[in-house]
Design a protein. Structure first.
Length: 198
């Protein structure tokens, strides 16, 4: 008879993305073979992260404090905002070292099929930031998909009253491919060769 405790941890681990039952079992048994302090430290880190992580009041990126380090960094170019779908996209672009502007994390893309409406995204916060002035360019770095294009179009309509240049990253990124799956060189090339919209 299988251990109830083992079944429980395998069940919980298998809820993670790309972790099936076999991988979850391997992870659970690996943790069991490690010194107890490692498992306790991992559990504490997960709990601390989940309870204490915040979303930046300015850009919606994750942060330990109310305004993230990127938004707080006065050496960054505050006239450019790169609009991305998820936090992982900020991390992907930051890893390239080829962008020095600010970001705005929408938290998804408009997708009626998945029940995601514009009101569920942080588009109003973006418009609010632009309305304060100082933003000269908005780089749309959303997935190359129907949902990404729909979201980009919606954003363009929401900010058309403001004197802001709107560009999209060059299409060196495959259709339907996320920024986190794109190599750094392609990502820098796409940012540097962005296309002005309208």
């Amino acid at each position: 008879m299988k251990s109830v405790l083992l079944s429980r941890i395998v069940g919980e681990l298998s809820k993670l993305p790309s972790v099936g039952d076999r991988s979850a079992l391997r992870l659970a048994l690996h943790l069991l073979r490690q010194p107890e302090v490692i498992s306790i430290s991992l559990a504490a880190a997960i709990e601390d992260f989940r309870r204490n992580i915040k979303y930046c009041q300015s850009c919606n990126n994750i942060s330990d404090i109310l305004v993230c380090p990127i938004c707080s960094d006065m050496s960054r170019d505050r006239s450019i905002i790169c609009v991305v779908e998820q936090v992982k996209d900020v991390l992907s672009i930051e890893d390239t070292g080829g962008y020095n502007g600010l970001y705005h994390v929408l938290g998804g893309v408009i997708s009626p099929m998945q029940g995601i409406s514009p009101s569920m995204l942080k588009i109003d916060l973006l418009v609010e930031n632009i309305s304060k002035g100082g933003v000269k360019e908005l780089i749309i770095a959303l997935p190359s998909s129907v949902e990404g294009d729909t979201t980009a179009y919606f954003i363009r309509r929401k900010i058309e009253a403001y004197d802001v240049k709107i560009s999209v990253i060059a299409k060196g990124i495959g259709v339907g491919e996320g920024l986190d799956l794109t190599d750094e060189l392609t990502l820098v090339h796409a940012l540097n060769n962005r296309i002005t919209l309208g």
